[in-house]
Design a protein around this ligand. Structure first.
Ligand code: SF4
Length: 592
């Protein structure tokens, strides 16, 4: 293990980056928000980032007077790193300052530490992050009981709970010891559902500057991890720029770079090339590797009758290699060698679903579940070796077949965290696949999936641009949040409660700022009512002032209060007139 390069090399820039500066990033806080750091009482090195959203006061009418009642800040989970902190010095050529100065000294994986009863700084960090305590004055804590499909959701997230879940393999903290810039996070069924965004260049479009911008942009909108799926030129340098500037875990599919090294000819791949690639990426600080070791020679005939064959890039590369050599997948035969490298750096497995269905017609077929069985066997091996492991899942699955995917994964893979792409619940809406898949994502996350890989509106159609990335991440954040509410994750409902209160009180700016996409909410509102005065108006352009049911219902609430107060006053008067006796004698003729 050697030190990583701290100064990033501008010479690596290709022709598309020539003359471009690195100042095109979107920096600074969200509207109405500021960065706050939660601190640990005993460990000052632990500073957990949170976004504090400020609110305007509630204006209450008391007779002819207006009373102003302050509303507290609302804290929300923040994956955006120092880029939204105006106090942070951002210098992309130097990379982010280290958050985990302690990382290289541990000598054990998170899983090994957890099994030995040790609570690592990363576990303390994620416990604070997941618990997300609101400011003391916050009162909107009502939450409906959840339904978590047989899983016991904790009442509270504590460091001990985190340790126990990591020890058991039900949660992972992807954190390569070489990625000191990382703000630790956790992926597991007992925690907030996470969202991954994919970035990466291709031969058609390769720019390091673009990739760094995409990273910052995706995390700004809430991506909890980012996968660099680059397949074009300068893969190594692009990844170096991404990792050194990433506050979130970075995942890769190392077989892509290995394939580039052999000139794109799958048959030329070998264990030696793959091993060198793994070590190269491990040294850089990649936090989790997608390894398609479950694609076995014997499974391939099961895909022959499929409508859409093998749609995973990694899956198809390895299938080609297996068939060309008529040998078992070398990732499978060298699995323990891979474990050895990953243990050295504490890299997490993301066991790839190379045979996932690529169409509704192919959902839940024999090939998919044969591979899942192998992934379960590999999970056992990885755990023996002390390696944290999650399992990748589909793909394209109609709504009524989603539950089976989750149930089978939990059984076959011993409850290792499931990480699914969508799934898309129908194939009929190209251009809207962020929605066809978010429907499936919310469902499968409710059933227990721990992380969702986002899908953008460009899925199946082209390389996503900035707007597609934003649309995809926000859509998946809401799917993940809907699942957190449904499974009863503690504290999940506070943001909903705050938005509802702001909405009912016509605090329009607060409603925008508390939402997942404040800019979009504001711009939709302002399309028809742009004046500043409209930000406190008791209606919007949807129903207009005469028919605003919120306003009517607010007035009604006032009338009801007055009615009840009057009724109570009348009863009090009756009581006094009757001599203020608590007990009155029974009337003649009544039962005795
Ligand atoms: S006008 Fe209609 S949509 Fe707008 S705030 Fe009132 S009830 Fe809601």
């Amino acid at each position: 293990m050697t030190a990583t390069t701290r100064h990033l090399d501008r010479q690596a820039f290709g022709p598309k980056d020539a003359g471009r500066d690195l100042a095109g990033l979107t920096l600074g806080p969200f509207p109405g928000s500021r960065k706050v750091y939660l601190t640990h009482p005993q460990r000052p090195e632990i500073r957990v980032p949170v976004r504090a959203i400020s609110q305007s006061p509630t204006l209450e009418q008391v007779g002819t007077l207006t009373r102003s009642v302050p509303n507290p800040d609302v804290y929300v989970y923040d994956a955006s790193g120092p880029y939204t902190d105006p106090a942070a010095q951002i210098d992309l050529e130097r990379g982010l300052p280290p958050v985990r100065s302690w990382a290289r000294a541990r000598g054990k994986t998170q899983m090994q530490a957890a099994r030995s009863g040790e609570i690592t700084p990363e576990m303390e960090f994620v416990a604070l992050r997941e618990a997300m305590r609101q400011p003391p004055e916050f009162t909107l804590s009502h939450q409906h009981p959840g339904f978590s499909h047989g899983f016991r959701m904790p009442q509270e997230i504590t460091p001990e709970y985190v340790r126990a879940e990591v020890a058991r393999g039900r949660a992972v903290i992807p954190a390569n010891v070489m990625h000191a810039e990382l703000e630790p996070m956790i992926i597991g069924r007992g925690f907030r559902v996470k969202v991954n965004a994919n970035i990466g260049n291709s031969v058609v479009r390769a720019s390091i500057v673009d990739e760094v911008e995409k990273l910052v942009w995706a995390t700004r909108w809430g991506a909890d991890t980012v996968m660099d799926l680059s397949t074009g030129p300068q893969i190594h340098q692009t990844r170096e720029w991404i990792i050194r500037n990433s506050p979130v875990p970075i995942g890769t599919v190392p077989i892509y770079q290995a394939l580039e090294k052999v000139g794109g000819v799958a048959e030329e791949l070998s264990w030696d090339v793959f091993r060198d690639t793994l070590i190269e990426q491990a040294e850089q600080g990649v936090d989790y590797f997608t390894i398609h070791a479950g694609v076995r020679l014997a499974h391939l005939p099961l895909t022959a009758r499929r409508r859409t064959g093998i749609v995973s890039r990694g899956g198809s590369i390895l299938a080609r290699w297996c068939l060309a050599h008529h040998r078992e997948n070398f990732l499978h035969t060298h699995f323990r060698d891979i474990c050895e490298i990953m243990r050295e750096y504490d890299i997490t497995f993301s066991l790839g679903d190379g045979l996932r269905p690529g169409s509704i017609e192919d959902a839940n077929d024999a090939a998919q579940f044969a591979e899942l069985g192998t992934l379960g066997e590999l999970t056992r091996v990885a755990w023996e070796e002390g390696i944290q492991t999650m399992i990748e899942g589909p793909g394209h699955v109609p709504l009524h077949l989603i539950a089976e995917n989750m149930t089978r994964e939990l059984e076959a893979c011993l409850e290792a965290p499931f990480y699914t792409l969508g799934p898309l619940t129908t194939d009929i809406a190209p251009g809207y696949d962020h929605i066809t898949s978010a429907i499936g994502a919310a469902q499968i996350a409710w059933h227990g999936t721990a992380m969702l890989c986002y899908v953008t509106p460009k899925e199946h159609l082209g390389l996503p641009d900035r707007n597609d990335v934003r649309e995809g991440v926000v859509t998946y954040k809401l799917a993940a949040h809907a699942a957190d509410l449904a499974k009863g994750f503690p504290g999940a409902q506070v943001r909903d409660n705050a938005v509802s209160k702001a909405r009912f009180e016509f605090r329009w700016n607060d409603q925008f700022n508390l939402g997942l996409d404040p800019e979009k909410a504001r711009s939709f509102h302002d399309e028809t009512l742009p004046a500043e005065a409209a930000k406190t108006a008791h209606f919007c352009s949807m129903c207009g002032p005469q028919f605003c049911s919120m306003k009517l219902s607010q007035d009604l609430a006032g009338d009801l209060r007055a009615f009840m107060e009057e009724g109570l006053a009348e009863k009090a008067q009756e009581f006094r007139a009757g001599g203020s006796e608590l007990y009155v004698p029974a009337e003649a003729g009544a039962d005795d």
